[in-house]
Design a protein. Structure first.
Length: 77
Protein backbone atom coordinates (compact mmCIF):
# COMPACT_ATOMS: atom_id res chain seq x y z
CA UNK A 1 0.00 0.00 0.00
CA UNK A 2 1.53 3.29 -1.12
CA UNK A 3 -0.59 5.70 0.90
CA UNK A 4 1.39 8.64 2.31
CA UNK A 5 0.26 11.18 4.85
CA UNK A 6 0.52 14.98 4.73
CA UNK A 7 -0.05 15.43 8.46
CA UNK A 8 0.45 13.16 11.47
CA UNK A 9 -0.55 13.97 15.05
CA UNK A 10 1.04 12.19 18.01
CA UNK A 11 -0.16 12.47 21.63
CA UNK A 12 1.19 9.43 23.47
CA UNK A 13 0.76 9.03 27.25
CA UNK A 14 3.29 11.45 28.71
CA UNK A 15 4.72 9.06 31.32
CA UNK A 16 5.41 6.37 28.68
CA UNK A 17 8.11 8.53 26.96
CA UNK A 18 7.06 7.17 23.54
CA UNK A 19 7.28 10.38 21.53
CA UNK A 20 10.90 10.11 20.42
CA UNK A 21 10.71 6.40 19.49
CA UNK A 22 7.53 7.10 17.49
CA UNK A 23 9.10 10.11 15.73
CA UNK A 24 12.26 8.12 14.90
CA UNK A 25 10.22 5.23 13.49
CA UNK A 26 8.09 7.65 11.49
CA UNK A 27 11.16 9.37 10.06
CA UNK A 28 12.66 6.02 9.04
CA UNK A 29 9.44 4.89 7.34
CA UNK A 30 8.04 5.81 3.94
CA UNK A 31 4.55 6.84 5.12
CA UNK A 32 5.22 10.59 5.10
CA UNK A 33 4.49 12.60 1.98
CA UNK A 34 6.98 15.23 0.88
CA UNK A 35 6.65 18.22 3.25
CA UNK A 36 4.65 16.13 5.76
CA UNK A 37 3.89 17.90 9.05
CA UNK A 38 4.33 16.00 12.33
CA UNK A 39 2.49 17.51 15.30
CA UNK A 40 3.71 16.32 18.68
CA UNK A 41 1.92 16.99 21.97
CA UNK A 42 4.03 16.30 25.05
CA UNK A 43 4.94 17.26 28.59
CA UNK A 44 7.19 20.32 29.02
CA UNK A 45 9.81 18.07 30.66
CA UNK A 46 10.21 15.91 27.54
CA UNK A 47 12.59 17.04 24.80
CA UNK A 48 11.88 16.04 21.23
CA UNK A 49 14.93 14.69 19.39
CA UNK A 50 14.82 15.95 15.82
CA UNK A 51 15.41 13.15 13.31
CA UNK A 52 17.57 13.83 10.27
CA UNK A 53 15.51 15.23 7.42
CA UNK A 54 13.07 17.12 9.66
CA UNK A 55 12.91 20.75 10.82
CA UNK A 56 11.01 22.40 13.64
CA UNK A 57 8.43 24.95 12.48
CA UNK A 58 6.97 26.30 15.73
CA UNK A 59 5.66 25.41 19.16
CA UNK A 60 2.80 26.41 21.44
CA UNK A 61 2.71 26.19 25.25
CA UNK A 62 -0.42 25.30 27.23
CA UNK A 63 0.51 25.09 30.91
CA UNK A 64 2.50 21.86 31.35
CA UNK A 65 1.91 20.85 27.73
CA UNK A 66 3.79 21.75 24.56
CA UNK A 67 2.52 21.21 21.03
CA UNK A 68 5.38 21.26 18.51
CA UNK A 69 5.13 21.32 14.73
CA UNK A 70 7.82 19.69 12.58
CA UNK A 71 8.08 19.39 8.81
CA UNK A 72 9.84 16.90 6.63
CA UNK A 73 12.47 18.77 4.64
CA UNK A 74 12.38 18.33 0.88
CA UNK A 75 15.08 16.17 -0.64
CA UNK A 76 17.63 18.15 -2.61
CA UNK A 77 19.34 16.59 -5.55
Amino acid sequence: HDERFDMIFCDPPYAAKLLNPVFAALAASSICAENCVFIAEHDVRETVLLPEGWQKLTERHFGETIVEFFQKTPLTE
